[in-house]
Design a binder for this molecule. Sequence first.
Ligand SMILES: [Zn+2]
Ligand SMILES: [Zn+2]
Length: 152
Amino acid sequence: MTDAKGLSGGCQCGAVRYRASDFGRSSVCHCRMCQKALGSPYATLVTSRDLTYTRGKPTYFQSSDKVRRGFCGACGTPLTFEFDGFDPDITVTSLDDPSAMPPVVQLAVESRLPWCEDVSQLPQENSGLEAGAIHSHQHPDHDTAEWPPQED
Ligand SMILES: [Zn+2]
Ligand SMILES: [Zn+2]
């Protein structure tokens, strides 16, 4: 899948930003290492053949002899899964538009948490926050010329 413009993404604090346009498949990984690395029931990852960093660089944790995982050293956002010798995967939810990369397969289902399948059936509540109730320090879901913004 190739898009001339590509997709941008990055970490929560904005210290690391990236862009990619040539993607492989998007997948959910239920393995125990992804659960730990993402702090989440599963990872959603998409392979990128042309990942470039447009601001900052990730910090890495070598999670096994074959895999290192990139994350923001300032805010901790998980960014990549890099298997030795293969194109890196990026975390779909670090994309500015995660809806652009819906997963097409589940991997390592032997480790899937039993309650995972039931989440969509749970009672639903909105955040309850009124607009402006909190002031977000999260980088916006688009590239910025400078970050953090300069105070006026
Ligand atoms: Zn960050
Ligand atoms: Zn995994």
